[in-house]
Ligand binder design. Structure first.
Ligand code: DHB
Ligand code: FE
Length: 286
C-alpha cells in the first residue's frame, strides 16, 4: 500500500521564484530566506518521495472568475509552468501521476468531498515556488507531482475545518492505493500577508509563530479558527494558510497514531510582502 511519509509546509512568495531565476539567491536579502531551506533540500534528496501531493492555490492563472473550483485535483500526465505576465518561469514541466490521482479522486469523492477533476491546467508560483525552494534548480523535478488547487482567492473559500477533514480523506485514499509508494503531502501558501487595501504590507509574526505551534501540537482546535480571524490577524492573503490544514489532516496522529516528528522549522521576515514560514513533519507510522 502507498503511505504518507511526511508533510511539508511552506510559503510560496513569487519574488522567491524571481530571485532564483535571476540568480539572486546569494544576495544578503535573499540569502537569509534560502538558508532556511538548506536543511530541507538535503533532507528531500535523502528522503526522495515517489510522489508529492502538492496542495496549493492558483492565483487566477489556470482558473479565473469564469470558473472557480473549490478543490481541484490534477489528474493529467503533465502540467506546464504558467505565464504569469513575465513569461513562464524557466523551470521543468511538472510530471503528474494520473493513476494515483484518479484513485485519490475516486476515493475522496466517494468520501463525500466533491472534487473538480482537471486533466489540463498550467501551474503558477503557488506550485512552482515551493518546488524550487525544496529542490533547488534541477533539470527535472525529482518525482511526479499531483497538483491539488484550493480556491482561497475568491470568497466563499473553504473553512479550515473542511480542509482538515479533507486531509483525513486524502490520507485514507492514499493508504488504499495498491502500490508501495512513498508519498509526501505539501501544504503551501501563507503566512501573514496582505497585498492590497489600507493594510497592504501587514505582517503578524507573533500570530504566525503561534499558528506554527498550534499546527504542530493541536491542529484539530486550530482547524476551527474562523476565516475572519485569519483575515484580521494575518491579512487578506493570510487565508492561504487554510491549505496547510489539508496536509496536517493527512498525518497519522489525526487517525490515532503517534505524533509526527518536527524535523525542521523556519520563520523569516521579510520576503517581498510576506512572512515566510516552513515546517517539515515526519510521520511516525510506517
Ligand atoms: C506575494 C505573495 C503571494 O502569496 C502571492 O501570491 C503574490 C505576491 C508577495 O509577497 O509579494
Ligand atoms: Fe499567494
Amino acid at each position: 500500500m502507498a503511505r504518507i511519509t511526511a508533510s511539508v509546509y511552506t510559503s510560496h512568495v513569487p519574488a522567491i521564484g524571481a530571485a532564483i531565476d535571476l540568480g539572486k539567491t546569494k544576495e544578503p536579502y535573499w540569502k537569509k530566506v534560502f538558508d532556511g531551506y538548506e536543511f530541507s533540500r538535503k533532507w528531500l534528496k535523502q528522503n526522495k518521495p515517489d510522489v508529492i501531493f502538492l496542495v496549493y492555490n492558483d492565483h487566477a492563472t489556470a482558473f479565473s472568475l469564469d470558473l472557480i473550483p473549490t478543490f481541484a485535483i490534477g489528474t493529467g500526465a503533465q502540467f506546464l509552468p504558467a505565464d504569469e505576465g513575465w513569461g513562464p518561469r524557466p523551470v521543468p514541466k511538472v510530471i503528474g501521476h494520473p493513476e494515483l490521482a484518479a484513485h485519490i479522486a475516486q476515493s475522496v469523492i466517494q468520501q463525500d468531498f466533491d472534487l473538480t477533476i482537471v486533466n489540463k491546467m498550467d501551474v503558477d508560483h503557488g506550485l512552482t515556488v515551493p518546488l524550487s525552494l525544496m529542490c533547488g534548480e534541477p533539470k527535472k523535478w525529482p518525482c511526479p507531482v499531483i497538483p491539488f488547487a484550493v480556491n482561497v482567492v475568491q470568497y466563499p473559500v473553504p473553512s479550515g475545518a473542511r480542509c482538515f477533514a479533507l486531509g483525513q480523506a486524502i490520507r485514507k485514499a492514499i493508504e488504499s492505493y495498491d502500490e508501495p509508494l512513498n508519498v509526501q503531502i505539501w501544504g503551501t501558501g501563507g503566512m501573514s500577508h496582505q497585498l492590497q487595501g489600507a493594510r497592504a504590507g501587514l505582517i503578524n509574526a507573533d500570530w504566525d509563530n503561534a499558528f506554527l505551534d498550534r499546527l504542530i501540537a493541536d491542529p484539530k482546535k486550530l482547524s476551527k479558527m474562523p476565516h475572519i480571524e485569519y483575515v484580521r490577524e494575518a491579512g487578506s492573503e493570510g487565508i492561504e494558510l487554510v491549505m496547510w490544514l489539508i496536509a496536517r489532516g493527512a498525518m497519522s496522529d489525526i487517525a490515532g497514531g503517534p505524533a509526527p516528528k518536527v524535523l525542521h522549522r523556519f520563520f523569516h521576515v521579510p520576503a517581498s510582502n510576506t512572512a515566510v514560514g516552513h515546517l517539515i513533519l515526519e510521520n511516525m507510522v510506517r
